[in-house]
Design a protein around this ligand. Structure first.
Ligand SMILES: [Zn+2]
Length: 331
C-alpha cells in the first residue's frame, strides 16, 4: 500500500500535489481499494449490511488418532468480530490460524463432551491465543469437570505463564477465563446478536454430552457433537440454516477396526453412540434444516468411501443441500 503514493491516478488528482494532497489522495485510494475488496468478498457489506456470520470447519475427522488428512473435531463461528469455537481437537489453534481467524478474537469456547478428540487442545487454545496477543475475556462452556480441568491446566503451565507475565509484560491469563459448567440443556448465552442453546445428546458412556445451537442475527447453526440419533438434537435443530452432524459410514467400520487389537469393542462403541450418514439424513429431514454438513467422519480417511458415497447415504432421507465436511471449509 505504501507504493500507492506513487500511483499515477493519485498524482493526477491534484494539479499541484503537495504533501497533504498526496495524503488525501492516498486515503481515497485506500478507501476505494477497501470498498472494491469488500464488494468482492463480502457482498452484503457493499449493500450496507452487517458482515455475515461465518462458519468454518476446523477439524472434520472423528477419533483422537492424529492424521495427515484431517484434524480432530473443531469448528468456529465468527460473528461481529468474535470467534465462537466449538470443540478443541488436537491442533485447533493452528487450524484457526490457517483459517485466517485471529486468535486474539477468541471470545467463547464450547466443549460438547469430554472425549480427547474434542477437548485435547482446550487449554492449549486459550493459552496459545494469550501468547499470540489475546488480552480480553474468554468464556468457556461445557460439562463438568471443565472448571477443574481449567484450574489444573493453568497450574500445569504456571511456569510459562508467570515467566511471560514477568519477562514480556503480558497481562495475567487466569482472570481472563470464565468457566461455565452445565449438566442440562437450555439457553446458556444471550448476547445482543447471538443466542446459544444447548441440548443433551446421546453419547454413552460420556455424559453429559451436548449439541449447541447458535442463533445469530442472520443465520442459525447447529453442531451435534457426538451422538447417536437424538430426539433432543432434532428439536434443537428445528428449522436451522445449517446442521453440522456427526456421521459414520457403516460398511467401512469393519475395515477401520480391523487395524486395532480392540476391534470388537471399538466397533460396538462407534455404532452405539454415533450416527450413520443415513440417519444423519433422517435427522436433517425431521428437523427441516436447509443444509446438512456431515462431519466428525468415521472413518475419517478411508479411500474406498468417496464424498459421493457419504452424500448418497444421507440423500436417501434428506432432499436439502448436503456437504461432506473438509478441514478449513467455510460453510
Ligand atoms: Zn465422543
Amino acid at each position: 500500500m505504501i507504493a500507492s503514493e506513487q500511483h499515477p491516478g493519485i498524482e493526477a488528482q491534484s494539479s499541484r500535489p503537495g504533501v497533504d494532497d498526496v495524503r488525501i489522495a492516498r486515503r481515497r485510494f485506500l478507501l476505494a481499494v477497501a470498498s472494491m475488496a469488500g464488494a468482492a468478498l463480502w457482498p452484503w457489506a457493499a449493500r450496507g449490511q452487517a458482515a455475515r456470520t461465518r462458519v468454518i470447519l476446523l477439524g472434520t475427522g472423528g477419533g483422537p488418532r492424529p492424521r495427515k488428512t484431517s484434524s480432530a473435531a473443531a469448528q468456529v463461528i465468527v460473528s461481529d468480530g468474535r470467534a465462537y469455537v466449538v470443540d478443541c481437537g488436537d491442533g485447533v489453534a493452528r487450524q484457526l490460524v490457517l483459517a485466517g481467524v485471529s486468535l486474539a478474537s477468541l471470545r467463547h469456547v464450547f466443549i460438547t463432551h469430554h472425549h480427547s478428540d474434542h477437548n485435547a487442545d482446550y487449554g492449549n487454545l486459550i493459552w496459545l491465543a494469550w501468547a499470540a496477543g489475546l488480552r480480553t475475556r474468554v468464556d468457556a462452556w461445557g460439562p463438568p469437570p471443565l472448571e477443574k480441568m481449567t484450574k489444573l491446566f493453568l497450574e500445569m503451565n504456571a511456569y510459562d505463564i508467570s515467566t511471560r507475565i514477568a519477562d514480556e509484560g503480558r497481562i495475567p491469563l487466569a482472570p481472563l477465563i470464565h468457566v461455565h459448567e452445565s449438566t442440562d440443556g437450555g439457553v446458556i448465552l444471550q448476547e445482543e446478536n447471538m443466542r446459544v442453546t444447548s441440548a443433551l445428546v446421546k453419547h454413552p458412556p460420556v455424559a453429559p454430552a451436548f449439541g449447541y445451537r447458535f442463533d445469530a442475527r442472520d443465520r442459525s447453526i447447529v453442531i451435534s457433537g457426538d451422538t447417536a440419533p437424538s430426539d433432543n438434537l432434532i428439536e434443537l435443530a428445528r428449522g436451522a440454516d445449517v446442521l453440522i452432524h456427526d456421521a459414520y459410514y457403516p460398511a467401512a467400520i469393519d475395515r477401520l477396526v480391523s487395524r486395532v487389537p480392540n476391534a470388537s469393542s471399538l466397533k460396538q462403541s462407534i455404532v452405539s453412540h454415533h450416527t450413520s450418514a443415513e440417519d444423519a439424513g433422517r435427522i436433517a429431514s425431521a428437523a427441516k434444516v436447509k443444509l446438512l454438513v456431515l462431519s466428525h467422519l468415521v472413518p475419517p480417511d478411508d479411500p474406498e468411501v468417496s464424498d459421493q458415497m457419504w452424500i448418497d447415504a444421507a440423500r436417501r432421507h434428506f432432499q436439502g443441500s448436503i456437504v461432506v465436511g473438509k478441514d478449513l471449509l467455510e460453510i
